[in-house]
Design a protein around this ligand. Structure first.
Ligand code: CP
Ligand code: NVA
Length: 309
């Protein structure tokens, strides 16, 4: 069990700054080790992980499964049709049964309440692999990527352009713990959850801005960040959203306004020509693939922390 007393990894701000920075440091260490070709660090040997996916995934599934196995463990993929959590069986029953077989549970679900219920009833650690509310593993990987490219996260200006969605909520929760300047530029009516934004502001750690003007927002940015306009579960709204989000596409002109030092980031999958142009995602200052790569290392470090290793 983690020494900080937190059984699960559900929201970044469940952890203090020292713990988050320790996890990020350890992620960098394990990354260096694995990249050197060393395969002798096997802390997950004899451990198994259940991975519940109510939604599709490439990065989350492959990075968790590969990462867990590279460190000696065995991961079991449970897709949308397998256990049908909440449909075939109640979440609290799934939690208790999987806890009998597995040392850790990772889950990607729709309703945030599902991950809270899973964590409440599981006796083993539960890791949030994305909900409709947040995506903490992604933002931990993003923080690691920013530290690698800029040298530090503290004091940087991160400007998110697009829908005030689960990615934004995790940025806000990170900004409640680590000081930086976070700006979300989104169309009117697509702002992040007001309570979450207010909580982040009240934490008094970071400068937080929510605006409807992407051109003004990106000035002086260290990072311009984008995500799909229609998240999983909203795909039937895609056509409508393309109309509303016009003017929020990250293109070369917007990157020019940001300035020459700005990196482009995106959690992927991306819809090229919609929220971001092909030119921007393929530009030398686009760090979307290092971001994806860091998912595995950040998650390995999160799991080591939860196991108290
Ligand atoms: N970024 C991310 O979580 O990707 P997947 O949906 O492919 O897992
Ligand atoms: N906001 C996106 C993130 C995908 C990784 C979604 O929820 O679909």
């Amino acid at each position: 069990q983690a020494k900080s007393g937190q059984k699960d990894f559900l929201h970044i701000n469940d952890f203090d700054k020292a713990t988050i920075l320790k996890i990020l440091d350890q992620a960098a260490e394990i990354k260096a080790l694995l990249k050197s070709g060393d395969r002798t660090f096997l802390p997950f040997k004899g451990k198994t992980m259940a991975m519940i996916f109510a939604k599709p995934s490439m990065r989350t599934r492959v990075s968790f499964e590969t990462g867990f196995s590279l460190l000696g463990g065995h991961a079991i993929y449970l897709g949308p049709d397998d256990i049908q959590m909440g449909k075939r069986e109640e979440t609290r029953d799934v939690a208790r049964v999987l806890s009998c077989y597995n040392d850790i549970i990772m889950a990607r679900v729709f309703a945030h309440q599902d991950i809270l219920d899973l964590a409440k009833y599981a006796t083993v650690p539960v890791v949030n692999g994305l909900t409709d509310f947040n995506h903490p593993c992604q933002i931990m990987a993003d923080a690691l990527t920013i530290i690698e490219h800029i040298g530090h996260l503290e004091g940087t200006k991160v400007v998110y352009v697009g829908d005030g969605n689960n990615i934004v909520h995790s940025w806000l929760l990170l900004a409640s713990v680590i000081p930086f300047h976070f700006v979300c530029a989104c169309p009117k009516g697509f702002e992040p959850d007001e309570q979450t934004a207010e909580k982040a502001r009240k934490a008094g750690i970071s400068k937080i801005e929510i605006t409807n003007d992407p051109k003004e927002a990106v000035r002086g940015a260290d990072v311009v960040y984008s995500d799909v306009w229609a998240s999983m579960g909203q795909k039937e709204e895609a056509a409508f959203r393309r109309q509303v989000f016009k003017g929020f596409q990250v293109d070369e002109n917007l990157m020019k306004l940001a300035g020459p030092k700005a990196y482009f980031m995106h959690c992927l999958p991306a819809e090229r020509g919609v929220e971001v142009t092909d030119e921007v995602i393929e530009a030398p200052n686009s760090i979307v693939f290092p971001q994806a790569e860091n998912r595995m290392h950040a998650q390995n470090a999160i799991m080591l922390h939860l196991f108290g290793l």
